[in-house]
Design a protein around this ligand. Structure first.
Ligand SMILES: Nc1ncnc2c1ncn2[C@@H]1O[C@H](COP(=O)(O)OP(=O)(O)OP(=O)(O)O)[C@@H](O)[C@H]1O
Ligand SMILES: [Mg+2]
Length: 239
């Protein structure tokens, strides 16, 4: 198996006035290409902090990050932004779509800084929407005209339109009913089959059980790994 993300002794300290709070404590983690994993743990255990560091949205206070074996810890903000745009797609709990733009324009956003020509953009947008089993008729709607589950699938299309190797999802089903959660998790499993490496932060054991490996966090540390029970994955359960 080929490594895609490697963290070495990652520590994150947030400074709150005079007080320093250690949100991540000396984390070592290796993620392999093509894997799909879950990150669980109580509120405040550091899941979002860790995801943001893996996704190059935030920098650690100390420690090293390797992507595809290359140390990216010391790169400039500009170089980091470039790598993030090329390699990483994010999906959030509250979709984070821009409501005044159409679905088409939302999915298009990651392609703009890349200077992709208009015709190719259109092709990539349609392809991304098809991968999340979206309906072409959504393209000219506003996000608020879609259901929560449909909006989250649009957000996933936006995350994958630039063909990133890695998809990071922070509680992607946290704001959805069971039926919508099911379609969103099936979408992630389909994308994983297409080769994307996926990390899902979740509080929901029925989501975590759909992945290949569950990491459990507590107080800024990874305290254990568990094998999922596929029978308890929400996709295989009746709703
Ligand atoms: N920007 C920040 N400044 C100060 N403290 C922060 C900041 N972001 C997070 N923290 C603190 O770091 C700890 C870990 O936060 P984090 O958001 O990573 O937890 P989490 O596991 O994602 O929790 P949840 O399940 O509630 O989303 C918490 O105690 C939080 O209050
Ligand atoms: Mg969080």
């Amino acid at each position: 198996m080929q490594e895609i993300v490697r963290l070495e002794k990652i520590t994150k300290i947030y400074r709150l006035g005079q007080i320093n709070f250690k949100a991540l404590d000396n984390i070592d983690l290796m993620i392999y290409r093509g894997d799909i994993i879950a990150l669980m743990g109580p509120s405040g255990s550091g899941k979002t902090s860790l995801l943001n560091i893996i996704g190059l949205l935030d920098r650690p206070s100390s420690g090293k990050i390797f992507l595809d074996g290359k140390d990216v810890s010391e790169l400039s903000d500009k170089e980091i932004a470039y790598i993030r745009n090329q390699k990483i797609g994010f999906v959030f709990q509250f979709f984070n779509l821009i409501n005044r733009l159409t679905v088409y324009e939302n999915i298009e956003l990651p392609l703009i800084p890349r200077g992709v020509p208009r015709d190719l953009r259109r092709k990539m947008i349609i392809e991304a929407l098809e991968k999340v089993s979206g309906d072409i008729s959504w393209l000219y709607k506003k996000p608020t005209q879609l259901s929560g589950g449909q909006q989250q699938r649009v957000a996933i299309a936006r995350a994958i339109v630039g063909r990133p190797e890695i998809i990071l999802a922070d509680e992607p089903t946290g704001n959805l009913d069971r039926a919508s959660a099911k379609t969103v998790i099936s979408t992630f499993l389909d994308l994983n089959k297409l080769g994307h490496t996926i990390i899902i932060v979740t509080h929901d054991p029925e989501v975590a059980n759909c992945t290949n490996l569950i990491y459990e966090m507590r107080d800024g540390k990874i305290i254990s790994t568990k094998d999922p029970q596929r029978d308890n994955c929400l996709i295989y359960k009746k709703i």
